[in-house]
Design a protein. Structure first.
Length: 268
C-alpha cells in the first residue's frame, strides 16, 4: 500500500489508547465518529494555553478520528510545549503531527488523531505563492474494527479573501482521488463558505456532510456567522451520514468543533 507521488512519509508518534470503544460495530454496521477542529494553536481565546479546555470538548464528543488544524510544536507562544502529544495523552488517542512551516522558534502545522494505530501516513505540499503561509494536507491510512481500510486527509487552506491559492489547493487535493482505492474522508478548515468557488470545486468530487439548505455556522465560536469547517467523503456509495453536530466553546478556540457520525457501507 503506497501513497501517490508527492507524499512524504512522516514519523509516527503512537500513544496507545486505554481499552475501550473504537469504532462501534452495531449489528455488523461500521460506525465512526469524525471530528474537525481548528484549535487556535492550543492557546484558547483567553491566550492561557489551557489544553484541558480543548481536551474537554474532544472527550465529550468521543470521536474515533480527528483532524486538528493550527497545532504548535515547541513554539515560544505555547511555552515550548508539544501540543500534539499533550492532547493525545489527554484524549487517549494515537496521533501524528505534520509541519507546515517553521515558526516562532518551533513548528506549526496540523495533526491527525485516531483511536487505534495508523498503517501509513503522509504529507502533501499544497500550491501557494512564495510570500504566503505554506499550506499542507496530512493523510493517514487506518484499519477499522471491521477490518476495512480507510484514509483521511486533513487540511487547512489559505485564508485570504478571493485567494487564487485556495482554488489551486482545492484542485490539488481533488487530484489525489485519481489514485485512491480506499474509502476516504476529507476534514478541515477550508476557509470558504458553501456555494463559493472553493467548495464547489471540492463538491465536484466529494460529498459534503452539511445541510445545504441550512448549513450550521462554525466561525467565530462566540457568535458563529459563517461555515468554513467541513467533513466530506468519497465515494458517495460507501458512506452514510447518521448525525452531525456543531459544538461552539468560545473559550477553547475561535472555531467551533464539527462532528459527523458516519456509517461505512459494505462494498458492492
Amino acid at each position: 500500500m503506497r501513497f501517490p507521488a508527492g507524499y512524504l512519509i512522516l514519523s509516527l508518534f503512537l500513544l496507545f489508547p486505554s481499552p475501550g470503544r473504537t469504532q462501534e460495530n452495531i449489528q455488523e454496521r461500521t460506525i465512526i465518529r469524525v471530528l474537525s477542529y481548528n484549535i487556535l494553536h492550543g492557546a484558547t481565546t483567553k491566550r492561557n494555553n489551557d489544553l484541558d479546555v480543548v481536551a474537554k470538548v474532544i472527550n465529550e464528543l468521543q470521536p474515533d478520528i480527528i483532524a486538528l488544524q493550527e497545532v504548535d510544536f515547541r513554539t515560544n507562544r505555547v511555552e515550548k510545549r508539544d501540543i500534539n502529544t499533550e492532547l493525545a495523552l489527554k484524549t487517549g488517542m494515537s496521533s501524528i503531527f505534520a509541519k507546515a512551516v517553521d515558526f516562532d522558534g518551533g513548528e506549526y502545522g496540523q495533526s491527525l488523531f485516531y483511536r487505534g494505530t495508523f498503517l501509513e501516513t503522509g504529507k502533501i505540499a499544497l500550491p501557494g505563492a512564495p510570500d504566503k503561509e505554506p499550506r499542507i494536507a496530512v493523510a493517514a491510512n487506518m484499519v477499522l474494527g471491521s477490518r476495512d481500510t480507510i484514509r483521511i486527509i486533513g487540511t487547512h487552506l489559505d485564508h485570504v479573501e478571493n485567494s487564487p491559492d485556495r482554488i489551486a489547493q482545492a484542485k490539488k487535493i481533488n487530484s489525489i482521488l485519481k489514485n485512491d482505492k480506499f474509502p476516504i474522508l476529507l476534514a478541515g478548515d477550508l476557509n470558504d463558505i458553501p456555494g463559493s468557488e472553493t467548495i464547489n470545486i471540492f463538491e465536484e468530487r466529494w460529498t459534503s456532510t452539511y445541510d445545504k439548505a441550512a448549513p450550521e455556522f462554525t466561525f467565530p465560536s462566540h457568535a458563529p456567522e459563517r461555515k468554513i469547517d467541513y467533513i466530506m467523503f468519497y465515494p458517495v456509495k460507501r458512506w452514510k451520514v447518521l448525525e452531525k453536530k456543531v459544538v461552539c466553546d468560545e473559550i477553547a478556540s475561535d472555531h467551533c468543533a464539527y462532528l459527523v457520525v458516519l456509517e461505512l457501507l459494505p462494498q458492492k
